[in-house]
Design a protein around this ligand. Structure first.
Ligand code: KIV
Ligand code: NA
Length: 262
């Protein structure tokens, strides 16, 4: 299999659903590589891996470190770097940080949360040869300012707003649009309105692709489980069972047995 590029992904719209999962390290990136088309190094790692309450304290250094790890493990998947809170407050700051992403990691695109107000930033990055995945709908980096996570696209007015945002971001050069936490009807309308692929999370099954946070979908993150997360493995349960067995065998001196002894 060859490397999945943004050109590969663009051609998949309307042909075949695009699969994407998050990864934060080389071990899991390698497991996912050659299977899914895309890997997102999401700032969700600030919660699932660093143990913080939200994504807001993630830094550029932290995201670069994890993206380097993912790049070491994944050689085929198209890697997307999630721009952390505060790293794109102006177009110039965004450009400086995004240049760093291309210089220091294997990422093929950066992701930026926001609607039409981010169009100028996306335009500047695109003009400078940096591919951008726009991210609209529920935006986790707004959790403090909005006082929670709120599902979008619940009425005609909001759907219209999301549609206008999507079209403006596409016009500004967005290579893809990630749509999070919105009514399926709204995500479908956005998907039909734009020529670039849409990737959905908690946005129904009409989008051009889907993304899930790996620690959620494989049952490792137990703090909370939103409605849109389908659990494909019982990760935490299996690890706990293995751990209990290990402890029991060490305590009873059943491990290491002859087979595991020099
Ligand atoms: O940080 C992340 O994992 C994300 C996905 C939820 C889209 O942004
Ligand atoms: Na994110």
């Amino acid at each position: 299999e060859k490397k999945v590029t943004l050109a590969t992904i663009a051609k998949m719209k309307g042909v075949e659903p695009i699969t994407m999962v998050t990864a934060y390290d080389a071990l899991f990136a390698q497991l996912f590589d050659g299977e899914v088309e895309m890997i997102l190094v999401g700032d969700s790692l600030n919660m699932s891996f660093l143990g913080k309450e939200d994504t807001l304290s993630a830094t550029m250094d932290q995201m670069i470190y994890h993206t380097q790890a993912v790049g070491n493990g994944a050689k085929k998947a198209c890697i997307v770097f999630d721009m952390p809170f505060g790293s794109y407050t102006t177009a110039d700051i965004a450009l400086e940080n995004a240049v760093r992403v291309y210089r220091e990691t294997e990422a093929q695109a950066v992701k930026i949360e926001g609607g039409r107000e981010k169009a100028d930033i996306i335009r500047l990055l695109s003009e400078n040869g940096i591919a951008v995945v726009a991210h609209i709908g529920l935006m986790p980096q707004h959790v403090r300012s909005e006082g929670g996570y709120k599902v979008r696209g619940k009425d005609e007015e909001d759907i219209k707003r999301l549609l206008e945002d999507a079209l403006e971001l596409q016009a500004a050069g967005a290579a893809m649009i990630l749509v999070e936490g919105m009514k399926a009807e709204a995500a479908k309308a956005v998907t039909e309105a734009v020529d670039v692929p849409t990737i959905g999370i908690g946005a129904g099954n009409a989008t051009d692709g889907q993304v899930l946070v790996w620690s959620d979908m494989f049952g490792f993150f137990e703090a909370f489980r939103p409605k849109f997360v389908k659990q494909y493995c019982n990760g935490a349960e299996e690890v706990r069972e293995g751990l209990d067995k290990y402890i029991e065998e060490v305590k009873s001196r059943a491990f290491p047995d002859d087979a595991h002894t020099y």
